[in-house]
Design a binder for this molecule. Structure first.
Ligand code: EPU
Length: 417
């Protein structure tokens, strides 16, 4: 079992390079199943979720090559239309292979993905959307079986701006017959990235980034080459790490436009933020000011940043509030912060009330999901003494070499495997 040890008190200084976006890369890799020809993806982060997606594509019969930050996928000849449960259970994003397989081959079987520690996370919007596109879908023995002679374009109105459902339905619609309009869709940068990727393969997509996306289905998509956007959650996490230590960090290779809400809140805490092109410079405050945050789908404050931010607010000079509107239970990690001396209570199940204290104290803690792990690292950087973080496998799912990157910025952080 791996552990990360952080001894708090070091001020971070220097520059750090952001890796490619996990959530964009996962959706795009599933989308590569649509292509007849080789798809080459650059700026893919070296994280375990990407390895799981590569394994899934291999098990379906795609030919892949993965080296450094490049993944090459040739899904011209898929041999297997059933996604194996032992892979799907490890990563919910695996579910998104259903639409592309169905669109290309007219049938597919994918296990019902499990829930996880941040909420129930059903897939009803995905299934309802695929049904509207003409698929017959039933579930039996924990597996969705879907078939359709050819998917047909249609109008889909999502109940909620679900990122995953928007991406999944975009890929399915790309090979459907006729026009699909997805309304009340998600507008995240990862959606825009997927649309741009699909266009490289020959898809006809427009409207991405707005509240409705239009896709004119084509008969065939080809291979192509594409570079994934930077990971805005990694960039945001690094910014928060800089802020909590009162340090000064330059975050390279990020897209400041994708970080506007997060950087705005960081400025409210008293941090000084300057941006130019693909560089974000953060200078932490002496002590953060308290703020109020409400998570919403993009362009609202991202739910994936509420945990690292909560860690920062534990040492603010006053009472902060974070209201979680995207997931019904993404507060389990707060107990771990409280073990480090934080004073956080939950009001009406949705709002964390964080009474800032002057200093956290290091403690053994356990990461219960990816962003919870990030929060514990942030907290450990400013805590008195050593914080030992377990559950490192969650952190490995989404942060590319975070220990090395923080170490290079001056943090006293090590990892034992
Ligand atoms: N939802 C439904 N039914 C559905 C789909 C979603 O009720 O069919 C609900 C979810 O339960 C949740 C809300 O809608 O309460 C939003 O879910 P969404 O579909 O937008 O999330 P997702 O696509 O499953 C992606 C990211 C998450 C990120 C969310 C929100 C990937 C692989 N995951 O999940 O990332 O939190 O969007 O932005 O893209 C993470 O990186 O740590 C992470 C959890």
């Amino acid at each position: 079992m791996s552990v990360i040890r952080v001894t708090g008190g070091r001020v971070l200084n220097g520059s750090v390079q952001v890796s490619g976006s996990k959530n964009a890369a996962l959706a795009i890799m599933a989308g590569a199943l649509l292509a007849q020809g080789e798809v080459t993806l650059h700026n893919v982060p070296a994280i375990s979720d990407i390895k799981v997606m590569v394994e899934l594509l291999n098990r379906l019969g795609a030919v892949t090559r993965y080296s450094g930050t490049t993944v090459v996928i040739d899904a011209t000849d898929i041999l297997q239309l059933e996604a194996p449960y032992d892979v799907v259970r490890r990563m919910r994003a695996s579910f998104s292979v259903l639409g592309p397989l169905l669109a290309r081959y007219g049938r597919a079987r994918v296990p019902v993905p499990g829930g996880c520690d941040i909420g129930a996370r059903p897939v009803n919007y995905h299934i309802e959307g695929l049904r509207k596109l003409g698929a017959h879908i039933h579930t039996e023995h924990g597996v969705y079986t879907a078939d359709a002679e050819r998917l047909r374009g249609t109008n889909i109105l999502l109940d909620f701006q679900s990122a995953g459902a928007t991406q999944h339905l975009m890929t399915a619609a790309a090979l459907a017959e006729g026009k699909t309009v997805i309304e009340n869709c998600a507008t995240e940068p990862e959606i825009v990235d997927l649309a741009q990727f699909l266009r490289v393969l020959g898809a006809k997509v427009k409207g991405e980034g707005g509240s409705s996306i239009e896709i004119e289905g084509v008969a065939r998509l080809t291979g192509g080459e594409y570079t994934i956007i930077p990971d805005r959650m990694e960039a945001g996490t690094m910014a928060v790490c800089a802020a909590i230590t009162g340090g000064e960090v330059t975050i390279l290779g990020s897209n400041p436009n994708h970080l506007r809400t997060v950087l705005g809140k960081l400025e409210e805490t008293g941090a000084t933020v300057t941006v130019t092109d693909d560089v974000v410079h953060v200078k932490g405050p002496k002590r953060p000011k308290p703020v109020k945050i409400k998570t919403y789908p993009h362009p609202g404050f991202p739910t994936d940043m509420q945990q690292p931010f909560a860690a920062l607010l534990t040492v603010a000079d006053g009472v902060s509030e974070i209201t979680e509107n995207v997931y019904e239970s993404r507060f389990r990690y707060l107990n771990e912060l409280n073990r480090m001396g934080a004073e956080i209570s939950i009001s009406q199940q949705k709002t964390a009330v964080i009474t800032g204290i002057p200093k956290l104290t290091g403690a053994p803690v356990n990461a219960t999901d990816l962003r919870a792990g990030a929060a514990l690292i942030v907290a450990g950087l400013a805590a008195d003494g050593e914080t030992e973080i377990q559950g490192v496998e969650f952190i490995d799912r989404g942060y590319d070499r975070i220990v090395d990157k923080l170490h290079d910025l001056g943090a006293a952080i090590t990892r034992e495997d």
